[in-house]
Structure formats: C-alpha cells, structure tokens
Design a protein around this ligand. Structure first.
Ligand code: FAD
Length: 439
C-alpha cells in the first residue's frame, strides 16, 4: 500500500489523506513508536468517519486473521480481531453453529463488530454482539496487553464494547456462538400502512427470532407507510448437511462510480414500487439459506459505488418509543424534503441492555436511512432530522454517522464522561474529534 492513499469508509463521503502504517503486531511493532493519534481500521464497513483517522496512524488489522481455537462442544470461538465474520461462518456453519448476532453484512471484522457493538435482526431476543463476547485482549498504547472480561478489567471491557476503537487495539476475542442450522423459515408480509405494521410487529416479537421491515418512504396517499415485513426462525431440520448451505463469494461487482441520475428521486421511487409489487401475494412463506436472508447486499461487491463519486450518508437513529406514531411525521418530512432514501429499514429493539458504555441500541424503534450525498442539501435534511430525533429523546449510531453535531452526541450518550476517562490518550478518530469539538 503506497503512502497518500485515500482511505474511505463505506459511505465514501469523507476523504482524507493518510500516511498508512500497516499493522505488524505480529512483528512486535511498538505502538509507542508510531505517530499519533492512532486508530485501528477493520474492514472499513462503517459508513461514516469512526474508522477514519485523517492524521497520525491508521493501523490495519488485516494481519490479525488467525483463528486461535474453536470448540464444537462448547461453541466457544477464540480468534484474532481482524478475522471477518465471513471466515467465522465458513468455520462454524459446517458444525451447525451460527453467529449469535449478525449485522447486515458478513464482511466486517470481529474487532469492528465489538468496537461498534453491532446489532442484528434478533436484537429483541439476543441483544447486541458484545453480549456474547466472553473476553478480549486489549493492547494499550503504553504496550500493556490486558485481558478484559466481566471479571477482569471490567471497566475497560465495558468501554471497549461499543468503544469505537478508542480504548486501544483489540487483539483477539472469545465469543460464545449459537447452536443453529444455517437455513431459515422466512415469511415476507406486505403491509399497507404503519398501523398494519404495528399489528404485525406486536404479533411477531415473541414468536420470531428475526424481525425487520423495509419501508417505501416515497409512497403517498393511500399507499403511505407501506412496506414489507420479514420474519424468520432457524429451521429445526434440514435435508442436506449444514456444509451444503455454506455461502459462496459474490459473483457480481460494481466496477465504476455510477452517475448521479442512477439514484435520482424518480429512480428510487420506481425501485421502491418494483420491490413492493414484486411479491404478488400478501404473505410469502419460504425456506432460505442464511446468506440471502441475512446478507442480501453482500451479493454485489462494491455496491456502494452505485451512489456515485460523492458517496452516501447513512442515518440511523433509535427513539425510545413503543408505538410507531412518530414515523408518520418522519415520512412526511422525508417526502417534502425531496432527498429520497434508497433503502429504508425499520426494526424494533428489545429491552436487553447492551454491555458497552457507549453501545447504540436501546429499547424502541430504530430506523436506518441512506441518502445519496448531494452536499449541503443532504446535510440540511440530516440536521432537520437531528432536531426531530432529539425531540423524541433519541440518538444516532456512530457506526453510520458522518455529520452529527457535538452537542447532540454529548446529550444523547449519558455515559460519555465515564467512557472518556477510559479512552487511550494516544488513540483518536475523525469521528471522535468531531463529536468532542466543543468540549
Ligand atoms: C451493508 C452493511 C450492512 C450493515 N448492517 C449493520 C447492521 O445490521 N447492524 C449494525 O450494527 N451495523 C451494521 N453495519 C455497520 C457495520 O457492522 C459496522 O460499522 C462494523 O463496525 C464494521 O466493522 P469493520 O470491521 O468494517 O470495522 P471498521 O468500519 O473498519 O471500524 C469500525 C470501528 O471499529 C474499530 N475497530 C476495528 N477493528 C478494531 C480492533 N481490532 N481494535 C479496536 N478497534 C477496532 C475502528 O477503530 C472503528 O471505530 C452495516 C454495514 C454495511 C456496509
């Protein structure tokens, strides 16, 4: 990798020049010899700037890619933090194990999954990824290698889960996996309004391990609030061996930055309508392998280039509301703004508390929107949304964020002060500098 490479996060809206320093922990490079501030980057699947460090050193965790031990009797995996969830699945699926919690892409590292304390479609029954981490090894910039768990260095354990890489370098982690077959009994249900969605949600939470919905944000009139509800459980029996359902690598790839008309308001409206009408029946039942159920976007490599050179802003918030009443105002606002969101995903978080001091999920509804980056017009929409989310006592997800003002961050994460004391003094990121700007 040459010097002055542009490092981009998944959203590609932030661009900085870095002097990259490839991690050579195995070669015992001492962190204290590196230029400051430093930050670890995993697979760069965060949309915003929490995995970027426009000055100092960006340590790549690619070489920390070794499995240390996997015990099929206990389901405990010990691995280095640069190992991807993709590799974990390839190891555990043949043994009928599955990830206890999985984000919407398998191309994230174990270190990244811990540092953002990621959530999945099963938050209401399993909590976050960090809930299943039994322990981790953390390297601080002073050279100390600490074992952290619920019993040892508890404060650094709680700070590192959801700690956005700011407590040091996570070298390895022990994770408790889930015994489950790699096939899902899936139901896709059409809903024609937010109240229909609320009813389906209420009826699904206790019966389905995985629940999530897609909303057509541009549908108006009688179609306002329509979408598709996905719910599923792992199958209890399968015809072939688990190995036969193992995913393969993506065969499609986007090779160039698409021109801006590809994701215009018109094309997004059309795409949403096609998606909604593609399913003819009101309810579709099918048995599907885990890959298309959990990771539909992974089917196309570099799909983020469809958003063009300017990239995209993801905007994910959670509001502590039981009812979906707030969604009507959000949808009306989005339609008025003419900044269409391409893929809009809504999920109800459950009450299981996250182990991390700075974990994003809390009980309530979470909505993820993505906006092609159209400069100030997009940023204006994001700041209007910030006001609506703040009024509802909600907060934004740092893994996705690329714009949040410092005041919003500081008022919406109540454990920020405790966390700040545990941040490694030589670690920082563009995100961290931004949200601490006015301190
Ligand atoms: C298509 C898609 C779908 C997604 N769906 C979801 C979802 O459903 N739920 C969800 O929660 N998230 C989701 N995400 C976000 C993604 O899961 C997180 O951003 C995740 O943290 C990315 O992991 P990474 O390995 O790419 O880490 P990076 O993006 O490279 O880094 C993320 C953070 O982790 C830190 N970090 C990485 N490795 C280490 C380490 N070894 N030691 C210390 N700190 C480290 C970095 O400093 C940074 O702060 C999605 C992202 C994409 C692109």
């Amino acid at each position: 990798m040459s010097a002055n490479t542009h490092y981009l996060s998944w959203g590609r809206a932030h661009r900085f020049e870095h002097k990259p320093h490839k991690l050579a922990w195995r070669d015992s490079i001492e962190l204290s010899n590196l230029s400051e501030p430093m930050l670890v980057q995993g697979l760069g699947r965060s949309y915003g700037d929490c995995c970027l460090n426009g000055s100092g050193t960006l340590l790549l965790s690619k070489e920390l890619d070794h499995m240390i031990a996997f015990n099929p009797d206990t389901g405990i995996l010990d691995c280095e933090a640069g190992v991807s969830l993709d590799s974990v699945l390839k190891l555990i699926v043949p043994h009928a194990y599955f990830l206890p919690v999985s984000p919407g892409t398998k191309y994230v590292s174990v270190g990244g999954a811990i540092a953002n304390d990621v959530h999945g479609k099963n938050h209401h029954v399993a909590g976050t990824f960090g809930k299943h981490v039994l322990g981790l090894k953390l390297l601080r910039s002073n050279g100390e290698l600490l074992t952290c768990s619920a019993d040892e260095n508890q404060d650094l354990f709680a700070a590192s889960i959801g700690g956005m890489g700011l407590t040091g370098l996570i070298v390895s982690a022990k994770i408790k996996l889930k015994k489950a077959l790699p096939v899902i009994d899936q139901e896709i249900i059409k809903f024609n309004s937010l109240s229909e969605l609320q009813e389906i949600e209420n009826a699904s939470q206790s019966r389905y391990e995985y629940t999530v919905s897609w909303i057509d944000t541009l549908a108006s009139g009688k179609q306002f609030g329509r979408g598709l509800y996905f719910r599923g459980n792992h199958c209890e029996h399968i015809k072939k061996s688990p190995q036969d359902y193992l995913h393969s690598n993506p065969k499609l790839q986007v090779f160039f930055d698409a021109p801006s008309f590809v994701l215009s308001e018109f094309s997004i409206k059309l795409f949403n309508s096609v998606l909604f009408h593609k399913q003819r029946q009101e309810k579709k039942l099918e048995t599907v392998p885990y890959d298309p159920f959990f990771y539909p976007l992974d089917a196309v490599k570099s799909w983020n280039r469809l958003y063009g050179k300017q990239g995209l802003y993801q905007y994910q918030f959670v509001v502590p509301c039981d009812s979906l009443d707030f969604m009507g105002d959000i949808l009306k606002f989005l339609q008025k703004s003419h900044q269409a969101s391409f893929l809009t995903v809504l999920k109800k978080f459950g009450s299981i508390t996250s182990p991390g001091l700075m974990s994003f999920p809390k009980e309530g509804w979470t909505l993820a929107l993505d906006f092609p980056n159209r400069g100030t017009a997009t940023l204006k929409v994001l700041s209007d949304l910030d006001r609506m989310v703040s009024d509802l006592k909600g907060r934004l997800y740092s893994a996705k964020d690329g714009h949040m003002p410092a005041s919003m961050y500081q008022s919406s994460y109540p454990k920020l002060e405790d966390f700040s004391k545990l941040v490694d003094p030589k670690f920082s990121s563009n995100f961290w500098r931004r949200v601490n700007a006015s301190k």
